[in-house]
Structures are given as structure tokens and as C-alpha cells.
Design a protein around this ligand. Structure first.
Ligand code: AMP
Ligand code: MG
Length: 651
């Protein structure tokens, strides 16, 4: 090899500055660089009305400006007395007191002193009159002529709260950095404070990038994606002490984006973008940041999964971050890398997350060299909590709502063996183990059965891991029921042949499978399913969509095709919905899916045969109240009717 002059690589030719992205930093190193470029820095302060201070951190110590209570105060309804007058009082000896001619209610200033041998009626909260040093309860007195009779002694100070006994003027009540909650608001109100000095919430501009993005509420054009990160990031900022200012989604247009980013940075304390941080041709945000201020990018490319393309920058003292585009990646990198910095700028203590111990039921693969976050759902197993990975990849958002928390797999591990003890960081402070756990194949019909159970107050969890995954979970005792739809080729029957001795079959419902096509396609209108397939095979321009190996539907399709392999055969999505989407969007002309899904997509449907969707019940769990509730809901006329209306045929 000689030292030939280096040839520019493709990226340089394309004008992309990639130096930073090539140097992937560990999570710890990236965070350390980011923090070093930002801190120490003074915390900006703000004055807030008490009613608007909730959730802010106090910016300065609060010293009590008055005594609370401000005067000596009666704690009970009764009489203000001189304790010396009652020194001899007892069961055998009644003390007689004359009543002074006033009644001290809350808010009344006493006018008369309590002189020896007298008492003044007083209400709870009333100021103690001059001369009195105790209060006796009305219940412990009897009327006697013009006065009262008392048959028990009272010590000095009885039933009196002295001025300043709660908060003393000059006492430090709350320290800077305390997060203002309802209790702190109460203390501040009690001593008359209407305006507090708080750490100013950092104003964080949020900007989504991508030509494909559409705001929720607007119709979704073909190839459009709803802007998820704008909402997620704004909410997460508010949860962590910032004030989000969402500026919308911007197309990947370098000039427009640069103008928007400059304006945003000038008016806010921090700028968070998402998308456009990878090496794609349209990804321009990181190139702009390099021009926004010093020192610029401190990390681009972090050994995180999800979240590798994260870009961290500091531009003239302000943090500028580009989160990865995929919403789950954006969320994790935000929580792991941005939250610590945001909270510090907001004067808040570090986030305290709750953790629980659990085991993973399956081998969890992980990429060597990257700190990996795996979302998990918790269920009760035979020996404690079991953490089910719920992720469907970094592009999936549903994993969030099903997950109770996440597991962090360190960069040096390439997998977690099944049965590994893990520490789960919870998304909410408490784990709530659900009353009923259903793990297996998902069907929209299931929602019809679960709805009445949720109304009864049962907490439910259904994890979709496919029929076989459900059966395995049931055998391990991790769920109550496993919904399955497995066709056994040998016996030509559904589900029953797949059960093991500890499981029993609960019939669910039937789902009509059919040939689907776009309504009005003259090639198929009015034909039987077999004739429609023949028509499709006869037209070389006709494109099919298949199903994955192992799906019951796939067996049907292969039978219909009788060995033919038409164009589209290798397009093998894993769900009924994906088949309907492919046909309705014109990526295929025909496929096989179930009737409710075809209806929802507005497709033409030619009935073929019924698929059986049943439940494998863990026999040992049959008596559990939530299982009984499920079984009776399944048989109830209302649920059966709801299933029928949704296009299913209850068994
Ligand atoms: P990018 O980093 O821009 O290449 O985006 C990676 C993926 O995330 C693409 O599938 C984008 O459509 C998607 N994506 C980017 N931004 C958003 C967003 N704000 N909301 C939802 N998906 C997004
Ligand atoms: Mg993009």
C-alpha cells in the first residue's frame, strides 16, 4: 500500500460534515461532555404567584414573615379561664365562675379581660383574652345561674396554641431547591406569602423535523406520519420542570430550518429537535447546529440502543439537542440524557425513579457495545415478578403504554439469558400487578370481552406475543389465559391439538377469513374465492400479498394457490391489518384476511372459511375471581352481541 492522497468519501462529496458522528461516544462520556459544557451556571430566578408555583423549585429560602398563629388561640369551643381559679376543682368540688359579658368568636378581638373568678365564652380559633391562660371545653361545664360550674382542674396553657408555635417569625420555613407541592403551598399561604421566588422554568423550544410529518387532528395524507415526538417531548419537558414551547413540524429544508432554529434559540433557553440526525441525505439539522454557536456539537452518535444518532450541542451557553426520529428512541434518549440537564437548569433535584426486581422469561438479545433499554411489562410469575419485553423495535410506540418500565442492559452484555434477575426502572412510582393477564395472539374481538371487566374495576393486561408465545407463557404460569389461533395440518383442526395437560380450551369466537380486493375491481367482483384466485393467477399484472409462514391464514393461501407462486408471494407481513393496508393502498391487489379487518379497511370480501380464535386457560387459575369474571363476560349476551356486531361469530 502506498500513501496515496486520501480520496474523499461519499459523505464528503455529498457535503455532509460527519466527523463527530463517526466518533461514537459511550453514554457516560457523552453525558459528561454535555454537562461540562453547560455547568456550572447560575440558576435563573423568577417571581411567581403562589397559585402558579406548583411544581417549581424554590429559588431562595423562605423565612416566615409573621408568627403562625399570629396570636394565642383557643383550640376548642368553651371558656377562656384563669387556671388558678380551677386549682381546687374536682368531682367533689365545683368551681363557680361568673361569665364576662362578651363572646369571642373567630375573628373577634376580645374587649374584656378575664379577671379572677370569671370566664369568657370563646369559640375554636378565637383569640385568648387578656388575663386568661387556659381554655376549658364546653362539655366539661354546667350552667349555674348566671355563670358556670366546673368540676375539673385545668393546667396553664390547656387548649391554647401560642403565637408562633406553628411557624415563628424569622424561622426558615423552606429551603431553596424544595419542589413546591400542595403542602408547601399551604405553608406559604399560612404566613401570607402571595408571591414566591422560584427557579425559572427553562423555556424549551420543541421542533419536529421531517417532510412526512402531519400534526394530530389533520387528515393523514398517503405516506404521511403523525408527529408523535412533538407531543411526547413537550409532555416530558413539562414533567421535568421545563416550560415547553412547541413550534410545530418543519420540512427538511435547510434554509427554512436554519431560520426557525435561530429564531427559536434566540427566544428560548434550550432547543430540542427530533429527526434528521442520521446520515440520510435529507438529514440537515446537525449541519445547521454546527453554525449556531460555540462550542457547537459535543456528541453526535452515542452508544445507546435505541438512540444511537442522538446529537448533543451547546450553542453560546444554550443546550441544543437533536433526538432520534423514532418516537421510542426520542423518548429514551430524552429521559436518559436530557432530563438530568433540564432538571439541573430548572433547579430541581435529580429524578428519583422507583425500581423493582424481576426475572426475564426469555433470552433477551442485546447489541454488544451499546447501552440498551428494553421496555418491559410486569406480570406475577410462580417465583416473583416476570418482566416481559414489550418492544416492537424503535419504530413502535405502543410498547410505551403496555410497559411498566424498562431494563437497562449494559454495553458489555450481548444478551440476557432467560431467567436473569434484572432491575426494572418503573415508569410510575408503584407496580400494579394486574388482576387478569392474557398473553398470546391479539384480536380486536378481545377488546369487546375486556371492556365490561374494566368497567367492573378489574385491571387487565393483554400482551400480544403470538399464539405460540402465549402457550409458552401459559405453561410457565405467567398468564391466566393465552388466546390462540393455531391450525394443525395433520388433524385439520384448530387449537385443541396444541394444548398441554395443564391447559384447557375455552372456546372464543370464529373469524371469517376471506379473499380481499379493492371494491370495484372487475377482475374479482361476483366470483367465488377459488374463482377469484384463478382470475388473479390468469392476470400477470396482478399482485398478491401473502402471510408469514406459521400463520393459519398462510395455510389457507397455499391451499388456494395449489403450488403457484404469483408475483407478491414473497411479501409476507405478519398481521391481518398489514394485508388489508397493502391491498387498500394499492401495494397489492389481493390477499386473505379476516372480515372485520376487511370491513374496517373498506375492502371487497369473498368469504372463505372460519378461523377459530380460542383461549388456552391455565387450569390451576380457573378459580381466580378475575378469570371467573372473564369466563362469564365471554358467555354474557352483551359480549356475544358486541362480538357479532364487530363481525365475529361467538363459539
Ligand atoms: P429521521 O431521524 O428523520 O430519519 O427519522 C427516523 C424515523 O422516525 C422515520 O421513520 C420518521 O418518519 C420517524 N419520525 C421522525 N420524526 C418523527 C416524529 N416527530 N413523529 C413520529 N415519527 C417521526
Ligand atoms: Mg426525518
Amino acid at each position: 500500500m502506498n500513501n496515496a492522497s486520501p480520496r474523499p468519501d461519499a459523505a464528503t462529496v455529498a457535503g455532509i460534515e460527519q466527523e463527530q458522528f463517526l466518533a461514537i461516544l459511550s453514554r457516560e462520556e457523552a453525558l459528561a461532555r454535555f454537562e461540562a459544557a453547560l455547568f456550572p451556571r447560575p440558576i435563573a430566578l423568577d417571581e411567581r404567584l403562589l397559585g402558579e408555583a406548583l411544581g417549581s423549585a424554590l429559588g431562595a429560602d423562605v423565612v416566615a414573615p409573621i408568627d403562625v398563629p399570629p396570636f394565642d388561640r383557643a383550640n376548642v369551643d368553651g371558656f377562656a379561664v384563669r387556671s388558678a381559679d380551677l386549682a381546687q376543682a374536682g368531682e367533689a368540688h365545683a368551681a363557680l365562675l361568673a361569665l364576662n359579658d362578651e363572646r369571642i368568636a373567630c375573628g373577634t378581638l376580645p374587649g374584656l379581660a378575664v379577671s379572677p373568678g370569671t370566664a369568657t365564652p370563646i369559640s375554636t380559633g378565637g383569640p385568648i383574652p387578656r388575663g386568661a391562660d387556659a381554655v376549658i371545653m364546653v362539655e366539661h361545664t354546667e350552667p349555674a345561674g348566671e355563670g358556670i360550674e366546673v368540676r375539673r382542674a385545668a393546667g396553664p396553657g390547656q387548649f391554647i396554641s401560642y403565637a408562633g408555635s406553628d411557624m415563628a417569625r424569622g424561622e426558615t420555613l423552606l429551603r431553596a431547591g424544595t419542589v413546591i407541592g400542595a403542602r408547601e403551598v399551604g405553608m406559604l399561604a399560612a404566613c401570607g406569602i402571595a408571591v414566591v421566588t422560584v427557579a425559572r422554568k427553562p423555556r424549551v423550544a420543541v421542533l419536529s423535523t421531517g417532510d412526512e410529518l402531519v400534526q394530530p387532528g389533520a387528515p393523514l395524507p398517503p405516506a404521511g406520519i403523525y408527529d408523535t415526538n412533538g407531543a411526547i417531548v413537550s409532555a416530558a419537558i413539562a414533567e421535568n420542570g421545563g416550560e415547553p414551547v412547541f413550534l410545530g413540524a418543519f420540512p427538511d429544508d435547510e434554509a427554512k430550518l436554519e431560520a426557525a432554529m435561530r429564531a427559536a434559540l434566540a427566544q428560548h433557553d434550550m432547543l430540542i429537535l427530533s429527526g434528521g440526525t442520521s446520515k440520510g441525505a435529507g438529514d440537515v439539522t446537525h449541519r445547521i447546529i454546527a453554525r449556531l454557536g460555540k462550542p457547537g456539537i459535543v456528541a453526535h452518535g452515542v452508544a445507546l440502543k435505541p438512540g444511537k444518532p442522538l446529537c448533543l450541542a451547546v450553542c453560546d451557553g444554550k443546550p441544543v439537542v437533536i433526538l432520534p426520529g423514532f418516537p421510542t428512541s426520542a423518548m429514551f434518549t430524552f429521559h436518559d440524557m436530557i432530563v438530568p440537564v433540564l432538571r439541573r437548569m430548572a433547579g430541581l433535584p435529580p429524578r428519583t425513579d422507583a425500581h423493582v426486581a424481576a426475572t426475564v422469561p426469555l433470552r433477551v438479545p442485546s447489541e454488544l457495545g451499546r447501552t440498551e433499554f428494553v421496555m418491559v411489562s410486569l406480570v406475577e410469575g410462580r417465583e416473583g415478578l416476570v418482566a416481559y419485553p414489550t418492544g416492537k423495535g424503535s419504530g413502535a410506540i405502543t410498547s410505551f403504554t403496555q410497559a411498566d418500565g424498562f431494563v437497562r442492559i449494559e454495553a458489555l452484555a450481548d444478551h440476557l439469558p432467560a431467567g436473569t434477575q434484572v432491575e426494572v426502572t418503573l415508569f410510575t412510582p408503584q407496580v400494579h400487578v394486574p388482576d387478569l393477564v392474557i398473553i398470546g395472539s391479539h384480536c380486536t374481538g378481545l377488546d369487546r370481552v375486556l371492556a365490561p371487566l374494566a368497567r367492573q374495576g378489574l385491571s387487565l393486561r393483554s400482551l400480544s406475543v403470538g399464539s405460540l408465545g402465549g402457550l409458552a407463557a401459559a405453561r410457565r404460569g405467567e398468564c391466566d389465559l393465552a388466546p390462540i389461533h393455531l391450525f394443525d395440518d395433520k388433524t385439520r383442526s384448530y387449537n385443541e391439538p396444541f394444548l398441554s395437560p395443564d391447559l384447557e380450551l375455552v372456546p372464543g369466537w370464529r373469524r371469517m377469513q376471506g379473499f380481499v380486493y379493492r371494491k370495484g375491481d372487475a377482475r374479482f367482483e361476483g366470483l367465488s374465492a377459488q374463482a377469484a384466485v384463478e382470475a388473479a393467477l390468469a392476470d400477470p399484472a396482478c399482485l398478491m400479498v401473502n402471510r408469514n409462514q406459521g400463520a393459519g391464514t398462510r395455510i389457507l393461501i397455499d391451499a388456494l394457490l395449489a403450488g403457484a407462486r404469483p408475483d407478491g408471494y414473497w411479501n409476507q407481513p405478519k398481521s391481518h391489518n398489514a394485508v388489508a393496508a397493502a391491498v387498500s393502498q394499492g401495494r397489492a391487489d389481493w390477499g386473505v384476511t379476516i372480515a372485520p379487518v376487511a370491513d374496517a379497511a373498506g375492502l371487497g370480501f369473498i368469504a372463505l372459511t372460519e378461523e377459530h380464535y380460542d383461549f388456552a386457560l391455565v387450569s390451576a387459575r380457573r378459580e381466580r375471581p378475575a378469570v371467573e369474571a372473564f369466563l362469564s363476560a365471554l358467555r354474557s349476551p352483551e359480549v356475544r352481541q358486541a362480538l357479532e356486531e364487530a363481525g365475529f361469530r361467538p363459539a
